[in-house]
Ligand binder design. Sequence first.
Ligand SMILES: [Zn+2]
Length: 439
Amino acid sequence: MPKTCVLILLDGLGDRSHPELDHKTPLQAAHTPCLDRLAAMGGTGLYHAAKFGQPLPSENAHFTMFGNKKKEFPGRGPLEAIGADVPLGKDDVAMLAHFTSVLPTLHNELILKYDRICGTPAEIDGFYHVLENFEKDGIRIDLHKTGGLFSVLTMRGDVSPHITDSNPMVDRRFLSEIKPLDSFRDDPATIRTAEVLTAYLRWAYHQLSNEPQNKLRVKQKLPMINGLVTQRAGQLMPCVSMRDRYGLHGLVIASGVMYKGLAQYIGMSFHKAGDTRDPGHDLARRIEHAAGCVDEFDFIHVHTKAPDQAAHTKKPKAKVKAIESLDKGLNESIDSLINNDDVLLVVTADHSTPSCGTLIHSGEPVPLMFVGGGVRRDTVQQFDEVSVAGGALGSMRGDEIMYMILNYLDRARLVGIHDTPMKQEFWPGDYNPFILEPK
Ligand SMILES: [Zn+2]
């Protein structure tokens, strides 16, 4: 029986059918001999981390896939803060923030002109310097740069994370008003948090608009970098570690800051991977690294963002190219895993990212395969969204994937067996020996 699960996560792999691909999805259209070979060796199916039809961000999907409970989810802001080593107290609020170009209307609304914009490193540092901290009504705001124009905004004081976003995410839409979420509309801390953040963002707009560097940009016929938008506020929550809940020593191999934060939050190790222009090469290096860690860990997550990034260009053929590159990388490196009887290989995605339309992510399920000792083999010969729908794994949802992994590692608990006071999903749990007579 396998001892270690290696989960290869092709971020945003699922997609829709496109006329320019002869009504196939990018994964169906791509030439993927290695993924197809793997599919023929194991069991396949569909996976969705929440409900069919619900688009999920990577952080929510990964959090559930790793078997955590919804109430433990801290939000993207705190995960990013942890990953970027931003100091965050247990009562602080953290959210994503980034610089944009905005345009005021005659009615004093702000329109998102360009959500994504470029500036020189010196310009960007100047803008951060202007906005780095702010205080009002006993609440302190700090802006922490995490990369270029992207940052984490923290709020300290009597604050609450239950507020709306200001970022509409799509160009030419109005920035949204910051309000308490409905169920917190009478909560004083939430009301104050929304008011202070609103005051800060108004102040930020005026400060940025008056910056000499922006006046120079106007002269150079460049759009101003005059808006700061926020989204996905959250707060740290009590969370059971992967080791205590599933008995697994976990490792994440990824390049993104959020994955580092997520790993740390749920007690997994994190090994940072590098990104080059060749996603297949990067994936092969990550798989080789995972192969060297099989004896040390029970669960290894190997992540690539390439399919998701290609889909965000809204060019289906770019996604086909990214998938084909990843397949080459898999072909180059996967034998080190599939020739090891200790390895249960799982390949899937966190969500679908459509290469068309206006949605950021979409709600279709993603393809899934399990390869390893004992896995029920089906007759599916191709790894794509449609072929795997006829596979033996059926449709798996939410944290079921973690239970199925425990199952194939022969560590699943027979329901009803209690060997520890703590609720643990693995068996045997961390039980104490029965003592005949205390000494
Ligand atoms: Zn994702």
